[in-house]
Write a protein that binds this ligand. Sequence first.
Ligand code: ADP
Length: 454
Amino acid sequence: MIIIGIGTAVSISSAVVRGYESMAVQMRTAIVKNQCIMLANQLASVDYLNNPTNAIVNARIDMITSIYGGRILIVDEDYKIIKDTFDLDKGKYMLSSIVIDCFGGTEYSHYDADNDIVEMAVTITSTEEPESEVIGVMLTSFSTKEIANIRKTLERNETLVLGVSIIVIVVVGLWASWLLVRPFKKITSAIDAMEIEPISVYDYYETQQITDAFNRLIDKVNTMEESRQEFVSNVSHELKTPLASIKVLADSLMMNPDADIEQYKEFMKDISEEVTRENAIISDLLSLVSMDKNIEGLNIQKVNINDLIDLVVKRLKPIADLANVELIVESFKNVEAEVDETKLTQIITNITENAIKYNKPEGGWVRITLNADHQYMYLTISDSGIGIPKEAQERIFDRFYRVDKSHSREIGGTGLGLAITKSAINMHKGAIRVSSVENEGTTFSIRIPLIHIA
Ligand code: ADP
């Protein structure tokens, strides 16, 4: 800012001074030239070259030289000086190139800035036939001292104004940069302090924007950190629970020397179930982590969704029969879509399995419907089950979240099924929604693009 300010001030002030000088010289030259041309015409008309004592003309010549502080020399055809207002060179011969060129028709004008004079040569042209014959040359030099004096005064003022401007520019520049930079220093040191806490640097609008954006980031980081801690503690808790049961079962067998074979069999069956559960949790966790990091990616193929639903229903039929739940499929269209077959199977299986698990003890049903438009396929899985309370509906997709922890344990499951389902749907750029009424039933609606969006 300071360099730009000083550069501009210097160029403006020197342009003003130089502009004045060249304009003043041009104007003065034009005026003097006019006078000389008029005088040259008069000289020709009164035949001054042959009669240089003409008093009227001489008086006019003297007047012009005294007004413009100059000297006039008049040279005749023989290159002889017939008039010199300084009376120094009268009678001498003038054979300079300027005079010779002027007789050839080339007039001359030159500003000598070092000596503060303007020199010019004007032709004296005959008024008799043949016209425009050059019969003499008038050499004029006049002073531009007053222009130089004004320029010097301007230069002095310019230096003064420039000096003051530079001081003002430097002071304002330093002050403005301090004002601009200070809040950023504060922000930097707040960030450097690495405190995951909101910062407040509200010096002006832009820094306020940065601070607000930074605080939003901090909020996100804090939320992520909280959910990470919650996840870690949930994982350890979930992994420890089956191990604790196994230990209790094994310990009680060991501490009872009289335990019979039946008791052993029963406890070993329980231990085996706990191992199965531990296994399920670990494999669910692994598939969640791999989806989070997108390790496997998607294996996209064109899949017939009607066939895929039929296959899932066939696989789940024994579980549904066991729970006395009727499985109904309604396809409104034959739908083909570009999806990862394994992941879509997992999505439909997880939700249908839940719909069977959380159903009525007797006479329940699960209905799967399939439809599509030109862009998406729409899947709904409804059940006549226990329903999900309103406040729990947005949390069921969280990892390890279960509505009724004690009850869910009997029913089984890891609490990761819907989290996995949601991740798989997100990978397909789809969406899942839940609507549910307690003790009446639940509907999961899924929308997935027919053409895969990479
Ligand atoms: P889980 O392994 O416990 O089934 P999920 O992630 O699949 O875990 O589901 C999370 C929770 O959402 C379940 O524990 C259950 O409380 C609730 N839930 C899921 N589906 C249904 C449903 N169809 N009806 C009622 N509750 C459900």
